[in-house]
Design a protein around this ligand. Structure first.
Ligand code: XIL
Length: 374
């Protein structure tokens, strides 16, 4: 009799699951003691981390901080280590916030990343000015050297990876036309305009020879012309002895990806190993935008199809990243944000780009990703 009751109950549950599209999984909070840990699960493949803000780590008893300590073993600051925050005026550095972040990482065995030394965005205008005129190439190169040397040497041995330059290839797959490239130009007269990039990498390497130095960019996984351009630029600089250790794939992707294209584009960059056998790739800013770029936004509905697609997108990406880890070329994966509620992609419309929801609950996709590990 008891058996029959049990069968009826489980059949009813299964029917409910089919009808509602919900699984029977008991979703846990990311900070729960008995919740799984994504960093722990993938420890034989790569570190897993997130971009955070100072307030997330200010109180060790907060659920955000507990989530960070439980789920991640590498961290980066979402905004507070960018040039406009670290170096707002020529003679004034503001180190307090980043110092605290780096100490927090070091005290908790978390690998600290530095993002970013040179970027066309979130950079104060003083870099490019000399009075009312444009700075000269010499002056800007000197400022690049001072800026990079001061910051990297302060965190020598404490920040293990730097995004030395960010987004230097434009949407047209050419070297981005920015104040950096415009003013410095082809300073050494060798026919390319990578001179501002070269100066930044050389200064960073001199300041901390053990730090891993990354050239970071977006759409490398989806645009083969951008990946090829990145390959050519890095190849050229490596041949000139510029100390670049790896390429950062930001991986701001959409829901649904062309797996084969993504694999091919990673392969293009992997070929830099023919020049430097230790060359690496990092995934630096992973998230899955629920809206297409430029698409008119209506609030997205979290239908069963949508959630399955979302889960497939994440599992596809993790599958590929595990393959890259098996090849020894990838050992660090960072998600751009702690949870859905604080993602930079929430611009007026709720977005759902992360594996953790706005209440810090683990999503179905999170568990699906973890199941990739035997
Ligand atoms: C974004 C932050 O997430 C936002 O809060 C800020 O307003 C703008 O910058 N590529 C990068 C990151 O390299 O620095 C960007 O971060 C997201 C895109």
């Amino acid at each position: 009799m008891k058996k029959i009751y049990l069968r009826i109950i489980s059949a009813a549950l299964a029917a409910a699951v089919l009808l509602t599209g919900c699984s029977s999984r008991d979703l846990q909070y990311a900070y729960d003691d008995d919740a799984p840990s994504i960093a722990e699960t993938f420890k034989d493949y790569f570190r897993v981390g997130a971009a955070v803000n100072s307030w997330d780590i200010a109180d060790p008893n907060s659920n955000q901080c507990k989530t960070i300590l439980k789920q991640y073993n590498t961290l980066v600051m979402e905004n507070e280590s960018k040039p406009e925050n670290l170096h707002p005026e020529e003679d004034r550095y503001y180190f307090d916030t980043f110092d605290k972040f780096v100490d927090f990482c070091n005290e908790n065995d978390i690998v600290a990343r530095g993002h970013t030394l040179i970027w066309h965005s979130q950079v104060p205008g003083w870099f490019f000015k000399d009075g009312n005129e444009d700075a000269s190439a010499e002056l800007l190169l000197q400022r690049i050297r001072d800026h990079v040397t001061t910051i990297v040497s302060r965190y020598k041995g404490k920040v293990s990876t730097w995004d030395v330059v960010n987004e230097v290839i434009g949407d047209d797959s050419q070297l981005r036309f920015s104040d950096w490239s415009r003013i410095v130009g082809d300073y050494d007269g060798d026919g390319d305009k990578y001179d501002f990039i070269e100066e930044a990498f050389r200064a960073a390497h001199e300041a901390d020879p053990d730090a891993r130095l990354i050239i970071n960019d977006y759409s490398l996984e989806s645009s083969s012309s951008k990946a090829i351009r990145m390959y050519n630029a890095v190849k050229q600089m490596l041949s000139e002895g510029v100390p670049i250790d790896g390429v950062g794939f930001q991986m701001h992707i959409g829901n649904g990806i062309d797996y084969e294209a993504m694999k091919e584009n990673f392969k293009i960059i992997s070929r830099l190993r023919e020049i430097d056998p230790d060359f690496i790739i990092e995934v630096t800013e992973l998230d899955v935008n629920c809206y297409g770029w430029g698409e008119e936004k209506k609030d997205v509905e979290l239908t069963k199809d949508f959630l399955e697609q979302f889960s497939k997108t994440y599992t596809d990406v993790f599958k590929l990243m595990m393959e890259l880890s098996d090849e020894g070329i990838l050992d660090s994966v960072v998600m751009w944000g702690l949870h859905d509620g604080v993602s930079w992609l929430n611009d007026g419309h709720q977005n759902y780009p992360m594996l953790i929801d706005k209440d810090l609950k683990l999503k179905e996709a999170y568990y699906d990703v973890l199941e990739l590990v035997e």
